[in-house]
Design a binder for this molecule. Structure first.
Ligand SMILES: [Zn+2]
Length: 365
């Protein structure tokens, strides 16, 4: 039987659980109170970005990222391996990878920094994350066979080093402190054989859960077959995290394939770009057989200029309860920050209602 929840040091995540991206310690445009009030149960931050600014030692002095952000529910942290690979693939002068770790910088004007598997775990302890991710080598699907194999081998070696560092830090936690969880990331690029090998070797080391995503997901947040295949390689009951998957229909597919947790910047980024998610009917009456269960409203569209109705007739979010499409259209025209806040609250409430409905159906007799 598949598991239906995960216990963390800051509470339980019930599957499917969508974790909005708070990459730099903020879900852009909204505060922790906003997102707690609409039922968001967990967030995903990025250890690499936080280590650069404000610095994880600043967070450690604020009681970790929970105290810093004023958020008392679960927080997961990405190691940043994927971001470094994106940087390097765009501009080789921004960094390099070796057996030891990564050398990187975010722009050519910055000093180079080094991150190793051990340092990445140190950052994540300073952040006070509940679900930590091992530093991994996220090869591009277009990289050659040799690079894919090397990337996979390094991912497994680094996962081993992360687990050793993690165990050493857990042993130093004060008595009675709930320990965080450590997840490893499955790599293997476009090769089914390599993905299988990576899963098998990571499982031999043994982690609290496993993630998959990054490059195999197309730029629009869609799914490829590999996502389902990797879920099938991991035993039932193993916590599975789909990284970077958050288009509503992709979330449904990934959940049905076996993933319990998902994170993505699409719902919040779309909100800031005036793309609003709307259910096509009341969630209880929708069918998840295809992507017609929802559609988009584009708030730049002039037809909303005088529309007195809410964004979504079925929605109970603070934006839909109080404001009209015409008001949101007006706020976006003014580029007032309230437009970004209200649209973000609505799209995240859409994601919460979607996951609530999937959960209700999966536990219904
Ligand atoms: Zn709403």
């Amino acid at each position: 039987m598949r598991a239906n929840s995960l216990e963390t040091a800051h509470g339980i995540l019930h599957y499917p659980c969508f974790l909005p991206d708070a990459t730099r310690g903020v879900v852009r445009s909204v505060g922790s109170g906003d997102i707690a009030s609409i039922g968001v149960s967990g967030l995903m931050v990025n250890a690499l970005h936080l280590s650069r600014r404000p610095g994880t030692s600043v967070l450690a002095r604020s009681g970790g990222v929970h105290g810093f952000m004023g958020w008392d529910r679960p927080i997961s942290s990405d190691s940043g391996g994927y971001q470094i690979h994106s940087l390097i693939s765009e501009d080789a002068k921004l960094g390099s990878v070796s057996d030891k770790g990564f050398v990187y910088r975010f722009s050519r004007s910055e000093e180079k920094r080094i991150v190793t598997p051990e340092k990445s775990i140190k950052y994540q302890f300073e952040i006070g994350s509940d679900i930590m991710f091992c530093l991994d080598v996220c090869t591009h699907p277009d990289d050659g066979d040799e690079a894919q194999l090397l990337g996979c081998k390094r991912t497994v070696e680094w996962a081993k080093r992360c687990k050793i560092e993690f165990a050493s830090r857990v042993s130093r936690l004060a008595e009675g402190t709930a320990r965080p969880l450590l997840f490893a990331v499955v790599q293997g690029g476009a090769s089914s054989e390599l993905r299988r090998m990576c899963v098998s070797e990571l499982m031999n080391i043994g982690f609290d859960g496993y993630g998959f995503g990054g490059w195999p997901i197309d730029e629009d947040g869609g799914l490829v077959d590999a996502v389902g295949e990797v879920a099938g390689l991991l035993p039932n009951g193993t916590p599975k995290f789909a990284l970077g998957i958050g288009k509503p229909e992709s979330l449904v597919s990934a959940y049905l394939a076996g993933y319990g947790m998902l994170d993505c910047s699409i719902p919040t980024r779309d909100a800031r770009r005036k793309r609003i998610f709307v259910f096509s009917d009341r969630p209880k009456r929708i069918s998840f057989d295809d992507s017609t269960f929802y559609h988009y409203i584009y708030l730049q569209d002039k037809k909303h200029l005088a529309d007195a109705g809410p964004l979504d007739e079925t929605c109970d979010c603070p934006c839909c309860r109080r404001f009209s499409k015409a008001y949101l259209y007006h706020l976006f025209k003014l580029e007032d920050p309230l437009a970004y806040r209200l649209a973000t609250i609505h799209n995240l409430r859409f994601m919460v209602r979607l996951t609530d409905e999937l959960r209700r159906r999966s536990i219904a007799p």
